[in-house]
Write a protein that binds this ligand. Sequence first.
Ligand code: SF4
Ligand code: SF4
Length: 391
Amino acid sequence: MIRLSRIIHGRRTIGDLIKQRTKPGGEITGKYLAFSEMKNPVIFWNITGQCNLACSHCYLGAGDKSWDELSTSECCALIDDLSAAHVPLLIISGGEPLVRGDLWEILAHAQEKGIKTALSSNGTLIDRDIAGRLREAGVEYVGISLDGATAATHDRIRGIPGSFEQSLEGLRSCVSAEIPCGIRMTVTRENQHEVSPLIDLALCLSVPRFCLYWLVPSGRGSAAYRKKQITAEAATQILGELCSRAREIDPEILEILTVDAPQDSIHLLSFLEHEHSPGCGHAAALLCRQGCSCSAGERIANIDPGGDLYPCQFAQTPEFLLGNVRKTPFSVLWEGRGNSSRSFTGPAGDGCTTCLSYEYCRGGCRIRARFSHNGLGADDPLCILARRRTR
Ligand code: SF4
Ligand code: SF4
């Protein structure tokens, strides 16, 4: 996750943060969770494989197969274990988590155990009542997927007519219930021209966060990958657009960030350098210190609906399986494997090994590299620097 707005605007904040973190026991607020040096991973938990939409790039392939989902009591036992393991944040996702009838029981148990929760939803089932209940249940943030700034684009990608209006209603409900929320967009060839209009829509709805996900081949996203993935040139152009929008918009009104492309940090630094920003040095120090490389298996973990544990939600294949939380507690599985066997720390591709920015980025997204070049030790095809070096 690269927090463009925070880094572009955060000259003083970044400096303060670095100082604050060098003080023993310096508290880091929830707002800066992504900057913290937490040892334990944020958990992405797909609590169900069912969904009321049919998104063409769904990384879980939700609805395609039947899952032997964890029961309510198994979910609660997992929460007990995650609480004992001091995980900093539990992101409850699906499928669509709100289709699961016992979601409220699960959230109540997490609240009782003092675990911070966030919800990743398509937003279509969130009205004012549900938004209020989510806030009461201690959910700290709701991320809602919008894959287009128009109903035509969004509904085509999400597969269900009318879903755009329903998701907008979900966002409006969260804003009105004063529960922090954000728009999550996965960028593909079908919607790459709607990035800036979606930022405008977020501003218009008073949604405080815009999160752009680059496409990673997993689930239905891998079947459609070659057709949907944008070019490295288009990704670079979009990132430039995001940096410019992040520069012009007050970060207290809208925060802009990107997910699943560590190389975005390098582009962000050249953006700051190009505009001769005095914050560039602090930004570089912070990015280096917080680690902006792939978080899989270190700062994040994923649990699928059947309890299988993976290093990241896009790595749900047998070769990356770390075990099943039904059979072995999460804490035992996590501790039982060293960082190097959980994360993707192996060599990156030829374009990366000669890259001066390798120490920050460590080779982009390994799952995209593996899919495109048939090996983990390859270049991320979405990085224009790697592309130029290997041409
Ligand atoms: S060439 Fe590799 S190491 Fe350099 S920025 Fe691109 S992905 Fe990262
Ligand atoms: S492999 Fe790393 S960069 Fe790629 S999706 Fe997973 S966490 Fe993100």
